[in-house]
Design a protein around this ligand. Structure first.
Ligand SMILES: Cc1cc2nc3c(=O)[nH]c(=O)nc-3n(C[C@H](O)[C@H](O)[C@H](O)COP(=O)(O)OP(=O)(O)OC[C@H]3O[C@@H](n4cnc5c(N)ncnc54)[C@H](O)[C@@H]3O)c2cc1C
Length: 320
């Protein structure tokens, strides 16, 4: 059952969700392959090999530099047909979702999305998909090939195997009609420090902050810890913080080593986005808040008093 993993990259870096899917696939199949599509992407093949790929197919062409889906569908569709892959896996992102959907339509394959795990039942691939607002997990399968899957970002961690992959250059040509869409402009959100998808430490703020200006307390602690800032939907909906930082069912799923929840009640829709964190610390003035049922360390108190002291302590310990 040859399996191919789309290894997405931006700014010369493979994305963690893609590498996480690759590492997972390598535990299921001996001969997992990765594909890199873009401009000047050949140097990334080593990273894909280290994450578990045995073979890395590289479509390297300046014309593939912009992160547009249709040219990638052309390259993948040809590769899947030529090499006979019957499974194609993606770490979910906006680009990966477009490519996966286009590939499914082109090859009449089955697409399961929002998966949080993969396993084999005999030779059959089984996906785990949250349902009913993430309160239960259901098993999903495929009734047509290629079997295509989008795995929720932040759920599978990359594992360095130390392996090396053989690298094969592949045809990077695209159909004329796939050049019809061009990238007019790319904008970048300015941010300091790591993104919440990549961060090892996340300090998240909720409605308990009281007002948007108090996010400064959360930002200061995140900065002192070299981490990123997360937010609940309540504060995002209120316009206190950007949606890009929202953690939860309708935001991002994150898996940092440390998650510090400040003034967050711990609603199920928030929990599903951060429950995979290594250690969860909660600061909440209500000792009956649901977050105390699943955090590792709970501090009952007023965040306005605790956060400045914690930030000061971290700064002095880190000598900053
Ligand atoms: C379909 C659906 C999808 C959703 N998706 C998401 C999602 O992706 N992410 C998400 O986060 N939510 C999501 N929600 C909303 C979710 O149900 C909660 O409403 C939300 O998470 C609550 O945010 P909060 O914890 O900031 O606010 P609250 O629930 O109001 O909690 C605030 C907490 O702050 C504490 N507090 C107040 N003052 C202080 C103080 N001075 N010091 C310390 N603690 C204090 C309070 O005790 C309270 O526990 C979704 C809801 C639905 C229906």
């Amino acid at each position: 059952m040859p399996t191919l993993v789309f290894t997405e990259h931006h700014d010369g870096e493979p994305l963690r969700p893609s590498l996480g899917v690759l590492s997972k696939a390598a535990t299921l199949w001996d001969d997992t392959a990765a594909v890199l599509v873009g401009s000047d992407v050949a140097p990334l093949a080593e990273r894909a090999g280290a994450a578990g790929a045995k073979t890395v197919y590289v479509a390297d062409d300046p014309a593939l530099g912009d992160p547009l889906p249709q040219p990638r569908v052309d390259v993948l569709a040809r590769l899947v047909a030529d090499k006979g892959f019957d499974t194609v896996l993606f770490g979910a992102s906006v680009l990966a979702s477009d490519v996966a959907a286009g590939l499914a339509a082109r090859l009449e394959g089955g697409l399961n999305w929002d998966l949080v795990d993969l396993r084999l039942d005999g030779d059959d691939l089984v996906g785990t998909r949250p349902a009913l607002q993430d309160t239960i997990h259901v098993d999903v399968g495929w009734s047509s090939t290629p079997q295509i899957a989008l795995v929720r970002s932040g759920t599978l961690e990359p594992v360095e195997t130390g392996g090396t992959a053989s690298v094969e250059e592949i045809d990077a040509s695209v159909d004329d009609w796939s050049r019809a869409a061009t990238m007019a402009e790319q904008a970048r959100a300015e941010s300091e420090g790591p993104s919440i998808e990549e961060a090892e430490v996340i300090v998240a703020g909720g409605r308990g902050l009281g007002k948007p200006e108090n996010f400064a307390l959360v930002e200061e602690l995140a900065k002192a810890l070299g981490g990123a800032v997360g937010a609940t939907r309540a504060v995002v909906d209120a316009g206190w913080y950007p949606y890009a930082s929202q953690v939860g069912q309708t935001g991002k799923t994150v898996s940092p080593k440390l998650y510090i929840a400040c003034g967050i009640s711990g609603a199920i829709q928030h929990k599903v986005g951060m429950q995979n964190a290594g250690t969860i610390v909660a600061i909440n003035k209500d000792r009956n808040a649901p977050i105390f049922d699943f955090c590792d360390l709970g501090v009952v108190g007023d965040l306005h008093e605790i956060l400045p002291k914690l930030t000061e302590l971290m700064r002095s310990r880190r000598g900053a």
